[in-house]
Design a protein around this ligand. Sequence first.
Ligand SMILES: [Zn+2]
Length: 262
Amino acid sequence: MNVEIIFLGSGGGRWATITQKKPTGGFRIHTDKLKLHVDPGPGAIVRLNELKISPWKTNSLFISHCHPDHYNDGEILVEAITNGMTRRRGAFIGSLTAVKGFGDYEYVISKYHQSKLELVKALFPGEEVKVYDHIIRATHTKHGDPFGIGFRLKTIYGDIGYTSDTEFIPKLIDEFDGVRVLVANIVRKKNEKVRGHLCSNDVIDLINSMENKPELLIMNHMGVKMTNPISEAKYIESLTNVKTIPAKLGLRIELLKNKIVL
Ligand SMILES: [Zn+2]
């Protein structure tokens, strides 16, 4: 049995994305059956090839909301999932906006690409879907895209939580309480609160409000103003007592029954 999280980058927000000062390929969750790509921003396909992770092995795609640092390479991944659009295969789970469009938000995975997937599902916060042998439950967000979702994914070695882009809202405390690994999109460093996103202090408040804190926090989707992620991770760790590491291109984390291997 194998549960692994692999990062194709660490960056997010418009400036990190445009300059690629931090790569924006999202991350993957690999288990025996599930090969899930989460939020493939610009460069995801380049980073996969660079890290020699076969894009063809992907069988599921999750897009949390309709901003390009989260969806840009999605259609290419659908082409990999479906063996170049020759086989009906795989799953695409996302926000209503990402899956069907809403108002000014248009389809980010075209109807043509969606037609070759076996499962296409828009989730609202609180809803669940079974993808291969795993249950994904959508969590709340407060962000520019009003339909954005994060998730909580159950694995045999504990739950993995992903905040996606959101402000700190009290609902997140319950939704992520007891996850083993929390991937949090922390765009700004301490004392730099910003609308629609988490800064370090928001994540500290979130974790310290939980009854069961995570074993590991991963800082993801960092903006250009997050100039020293390592010292920021130490700051968060010192105030939460939760091991904290910044994402980086190629970071691999393996969940085992009794420990997490970095
Ligand atoms: Zn966003």
